[in-house]
Design a protein around this ligand. Structure first.
Ligand SMILES: Cc1cc2nc3c(=O)[nH]c(=O)nc-3n(C[C@H](O)[C@H](O)[C@H](O)COP(=O)(O)OP(=O)(O)OC[C@H]3O[C@@H](n4cnc5c(N)ncnc54)[C@H](O)[C@@H]3O)c2cc1C
Length: 422
């Protein structure tokens, strides 16, 4: 539970101290910081600051209330750690990577072999979470995989087979009859029945609800702008106060560099803004679509999980700034050529954070093992979040997660430079 600290014994850093004096000075009517309360005047800045700057205590502080941080916070709280989740905006919100109502889940992937066990585990965890909140968070929906390059479609089919599922190959005529599409004879296609649609907003809501129910604390509007660490302790600071804890977990999504670089962790991450477009859907069945013609930028379509029949279509690329005109034109052209969608209803904005190999990064601070970070989840992190959250909780509590996470370490990037400034 939050408490007001005795800052006298906490020796605030010069920066905090100058802020305390500034706040206390602003609120007082005289040049000397004096704060008047119901009980009478309190005469010095230390005591004034006690009432103005909050100080929280926790076993673990998690920065980032997107789906990764929320799942990790839940796992930590379930493991008996008093956990405080901080976010610069009140979670859930739409400003990072976890907003919106729908995501795709599937087992097929082009990641390292170790990823498959994690994806399977994540499906089981989402199903368990659905049971706990008595709500269907993931609905089975076949994924129609299409492409004008047969080798790309075959590569995807092999990945489906590796997951223990059998791709259902379709002819162009069968596909166009079933999905009301207009694919041409140069396309190859199959259905992947391991896929599903996630109710993304309900998933995040459910995880935050369960976290609060088992005693976890959530603070929104709490931007962390400084971190200090020592042997077995960390302290994070922001305009709303200071949190001291034994462990720190950083899940900052597209804001990763702002938090990690001052800690001396420099990783080749690229935050990219992109757009998704929502179209009226009179006839495409409840299913997802993946076009793998270009391995550089897949085109996805999925049920938007909004009232009425609406499909969300994602261009799978970005110029970094989310240039709407360019992305809208690309999507509109694809829809008018191949898909039975109606008019465009609206657009959604989303950030993703790419590492050079498009795989995520789970690691520890090189000099402070009590600081762990999880970043770079690109366009695939939602489905795997409960498993990543469990692994992160194990990393912070000294338990064996039972997964080989070596391929996801930061040391795979030769450009990584660690210069700890803590
Ligand atoms: C268009 C699009 C489609 C996608 N489709 C799929 C899909 O079909 N399937 C799938 O599995 N994945 C998909 N993804 C990827 C998935 O959504 C992301 O990988 C996942 O949401 C990443 O979550 P996160 O918690 O790492 O980041 P975020 O959700 O961005 O959370 C980071 C949080 O940290 C907070 N924060 C940052 N800095 C600070 C600070 N200094 N102080 C306090 N708080 C801070 C932010 O406010 C934010 O809430 C898609 C992504 C996009 C953009």
């Amino acid at each position: 539970m939050p408490y007001v600290s005795t800052l006298v014994s906490d020796t605030p850093t010069p920066r905090i101290w100058s802020r305390i004096k500034k706040i206390a000075g602003k609120r007082s009517r005289t040049p000397t910081p004096v704060l008047t309360t119901n009980d009478g005047a309190i005469g010095d800045a230390f005591q004034a600051a006690n009432l103005l700057v909050h100080h929280f205590n926790a076993d673990v502080v998690v920065v980032g209330g997107g789906i990764i941080g929320a799942c990790a916070a839940l796992s930590l709280q379930q493991a008996g750690k008093n956990t405080l989740l901080l976010d610069q905006y009140p979670p859930p919100h739409h400003k990072g990577s976890s907003g919106g109502k729908a995501r795709i889940t599937r087992l097929a992937n082009f990641g390292p072999p170790q990823l498959m066990a994690m994806l399977e585990d994540a499906m089981a965890r989402w199903s368990h979470l659905s049971t706990l909140v008595q709500e269907e968070l993931v609905s089975p929906a076949p994924m129609l995989v299409v492409g004008q390059k047969t080798e790309n479609v075959e590569k995807m089919a092999r990945s489906v087979e590796k997951s223990g599922h059998k791709p259902t190959w379709l002819t162009v005529a069968q596909t166009n009859a079933k999905y009301k599409t207009r694919f041409t004879e140069d396309f190859t296609m199959f259905e992947d029945h391991s896929a599903g649609v996630m109710r993304a907003d309900r998933c995040l809501h459910a995880v935050l609800k369960l976290f609060r129910e088992c005693g976890g604390g959530v603070e929104g509007g709490w931007k962390v702008d400084a971190v200090e660490a020592g042997d077995g302790w960390v302290s994070v600071r922001g305009p709303r106060g200071t949190v001291t804890a034994q462990h720190l977990l950083l899940c900052p999504g597209p804001w990763a560099s702002q938090l990690l670089q001052p800690l001396g962790i420099h990783l080749p991450l690229q935050p990219l803004k992109t757009k998704a477009f929502l179209y009226k859907n009179p006839s495409f069945p409840f299913a997802c679509l993946l076009d793998v013609t270009s391995l550089r930028s897949y085109t996805y379509a999925l049920p938007a999980m909004t009232p009425g029949s609406v499909m969300k279509i994602e261009p799978g690329e970005s110029d970094g700034e989310g240039d709407t005109a360019f992305l809208r034109e690309k999507v509109a052209k694809y829809v008018s050529r191949y898909l039975p969608f109606g008019r465009e209803e609206r657009e959604e904005e989303c950030w993703f954070t790419e590492s050079p190999d498009k795989e995520f990064i789970l690691d520890r601070h090189p000099h402070h093992s009590n600081i762990v970070y999880a970043i770079g989840f690109s366009g695939t992190g939602f489905k795997i979040a409960p498993t990543v959250g469990f692994i992160l909780a194990c990393m912070l509590t000294g338990r064996d997660p039972g997964f080989d996470i070596t391929p996801f370490g930061a040391d795979r990037f030769s450009t990584t430079r660690f210069k700890s400034r803590l």
